[in-house]
Design a protein around this ligand. Structure first.
Ligand code: NAD
Length: 377
């Protein structure tokens, strides 16, 4: 038996931010990315709240790879304000911070669980608005922890493409590759099923059809909308199926080197596909099944795939080409990291990746040597 949670109500499309107009006479705690405050996007939210006699407070101490310390400060601020509605607006870092703040408020201070939680993503990448995950960083130990609980799921999400027009090309590329990694890891996960496959296939196709358009012209609202939906679809896919070793290693490396999450995933992606498909082996039936799924996705996407091996190879080549078109770095050195720096942290990275909650759903259970080989590649 399997369970699929469909808790989050989605408000989608241009101007879906207007769905906030139904909030009246409430105390609203807004957790916002600092860029969203500085750029004036947050006033799109507060103007709508203001017109319906809501009281609000903005908390914007958000930093990428949100640390435990920010969550602690946020819990205190939330307790003092004691809101009835919580709105998170920003990228995955803002939404994950809000999820953790809400969760710890409920656990530590018995904040009533009827605090309504609305997530408004302003990047198209993490799908955090529909997932039971919140990724928090322990800066002292250099570890990123995915907290996983259904209680982290937002009640509502607003997917308004107008909010992602300002995302610069480099963040568009990084976050778009995060979506692709979510779709691919969910697709071959040990927990994949027909529901997660359908969501992952659509997300994958939308990224290949529209991401480059967003990168070349951020104001292309049709492409922005499709990639924003792809992010949410991929989030729904991995919320059902889980992720894999790509994310396990990305969390471990991200905590050490603070490379943007999507870029870190992208750096590992083709090495992980090669490893999961075991292009050299094809002896174990599970591995063959994984290779078959990659090849199936390549075929559905119109990539050349006369047999399983050529399907997997063409999938890898198309991803490499997309990364090239998006001017993404090809290796850690291009991200400013030396070989010596990497070697110094390799043992810590490998240990953390093996323990990471995401690694469990990978179709091949990696060994220490496997992880080291992927990172070195
Ligand atoms: P982010 O939230 O860190 O934002 C990246 C940058 O984009 C920031 O500088 C931010 O200010 C800027 N930004 C945000 N919206 C913008 C806009 N509309 N215009 C211009 N700039 C904008 O990055 P992210 O990739 O969205 O989130 C990454 C975090 O999410 C990582 O910590 C990662 O581990 C986590 N994550 C969580 C989940 C989940 O399910 N909870 C899944 C994947 C990743």
């Amino acid at each position: 038996m399997e369970e699929i949670s469909l808790r989050t109500k989605l408000n989608i499309g241009a101007n879906s931010l207007d769905s906030l107009l139904k909030i009246t006479g409430q105390k609203v705690f807004i957790i916002a990315d600092p860029f969203i405050v500085q750029s004036g996007i947050v006033s799109e939210v507060t103007n709508r709240l203001h017109s319906n006699h809501n009281e609000y407070l903005i908390f914007s101490d958000i930093i990428p790879d949100p640390p435990i310390e920010t969550v602690t400060i946020g819990v205190k601020a939330l307790q003092e304000f004691y809101p009835s509605v919580l709105i998170a607006i920003g990228g995955g870092s803002a939404i994950d911070t809000a999820k953790a703040i809400k969760e710890f408020s409920i656990r530590l201070f018995k904040q009533e669980n009827d605090l309504k939680f609305i997530a408004i993503p302003t990047t198209s990448g993490t799908g955090s608005e529909v997932t039971s995950f919140s990724v928090i960083t322990d800066q002292e130990k250099h570890v990123k922890y995915p907290l996983i609980a259904d209680s982290l799921l937002p009640d509502e999400a607003i997917l308004d493409p107008n909010l992602v027009i300002s995302v610069p090309p480099v963040i568009t590329a990084d976050t778009g590759l995060d979506v692709l990694t979510h779709a691919l890891e969910a697709y071959v996960s040990t927990n994949a099923n027909d529901f997660s496959d359908a969501l992952a296939e659509k997300a994958f196709q939308l990224i290949f059809d529209y991401l480059l358009r967003c990168y070349n012209n951020g104001k292309d609202i049709e492409a922005r909308e499709k990639v924003h939906y792809a992010s949410c679809l991929a989030g729904m896919a991995f919320n059902i199926a889980g992720l894999g070793v790509n994310h396990g290693i990305a969390h471990a490396c991200g905590a050490q080197f603070h490379i943007p999450h999507g870029r870190m995933n992208a750096l590992l992606l083709t090495a992980v596909i090669e490893y999961n498909a075991d292009l050299k082996g094809f002896s174990n039936s599970t591995q063959t099944l994984t290779a078959q799924k990659y090849a199936q996705l390549a075929k559905k996407s119109g990539f050349s795939s006369s047999n399983i091996r050529s399907g997997v190879t063409s999938l890898i080549q198309h991803i490499q080409q997309l990364k090239k078109d998006l001017n993404m770095p090809q290796n850690l050195r291009a991200c400013g990291l030396t070989y010596e720096q990497l070697m110094k942290s390799l043992e810590t990275i490998t240990e953390a990746a093996l323990k990471d909650g995401c690694t469990k759903a990978n179709p091949r259970l990696p060994t220490t040597n496997d992880i080291e080989a992927i990172v070195k590649q």
